[in-house]
Design a protein around this ligand. Structure first.
Ligand code: CA
Length: 228
């Protein structure tokens, strides 16, 4: 799950971002409203944590513009009790939830998970490749009738490959979407995780769907979907 945190207070942004990463989220941080809006329009996020008082554009304006552009990404607004705007404004603008500062990190994570569950089914369909099934809403992976336990990172990587099945995806693209953009693509981290996935979703089933494209990246071989 990829989260965009738009927050100009460095301490808060850092703590939230580190905490969410530890919880298995992929986190991007924007420190101005302008950057936040740009990132939200340029990339696909599963949920956005949006502060209201921001340099550039206010969170209020970011939310309004995203909704006007048709985005339905769940938004949790951070409101300050003494701020110019209050909770009612946040909800009026199309935010899905709000949290007053200062907030507890545990409460934030609980609220984000609740928001992710609330996402309409059509936004998080079950993904398939052959008899491999991924249900991002339930964090569930199966091949045939076998349930496969994946870590959060393995799940994100496999989800990314299944969404682009049949296509070659470069290590850089994988690094940007599944890890934070600052992952050193020359490290062997991606390779290691590809290996974990092969040992879990391919080898025990006698198949080789996750292919290495030498010098470029990886490709999940496209397979006809099993009848559902
Ligand atoms: Ca602020």
């Amino acid at each position: 799950m990829r989260v965009l945190v738009v927050e100009d207070e460095e301490g808060v942004a850092d703590a939230v971002s580190r905490g969410l990463t530890a919880e298995g989220f992929v986190t991007d941080v924007a420190t101005t409203g302008t950057d936040g809006l740009w990132l939200a329009q340029e990339y696909e996020f599963d949920v956005i944590v949006l502060d209201i008082m921001l340099p550039g554009l206010s969170g209020y304006e970011v939310c309004r513009q995203l909704r006007r552009a048709g985005s339905r990404v769940p938004i949790l607004m951070l409101t300050a009790k003494d701020g110019e705007y209050d909770e009612a404004d946040a909800l009026d603008l199309g935010a899905d939830d709000f949290l007053s500062k200062p907030f507890s990190f545990l409460v934030l994570v609980a609220r984000l998970r609740a928001l992710l569950r609330r996402v309409p089914v059509e936004r998080a369909p079950v993904l398939r490749n052959g008899d491999l099934e991924l249900d991002p809403a339930a964090n569930r992976c199966t091949r045939g009738t076998e349930e496969i336990a994946l870590t959060a990172r393995e799940f994100s990587l496999l989800e990314f490959l299944v969404r682009r099945r049949g296509q070659i995806v470069s290590r850089t693209t994988i690094a940007e979407h599944v890890w934070d953009a600052d992952l050193d693509v020359d490290s062997n981290v991606i390779e290691v995780y590809i290996g974990y996935l092969r040992r879990k979703v391919d080898r025990p089933f006698g198949v080789q769907t996750i292919e290495t494209v030498r010098g470029v990246g990886y490709r999940l071989r496209e397979e006809a979907d099993a009848p559902s």
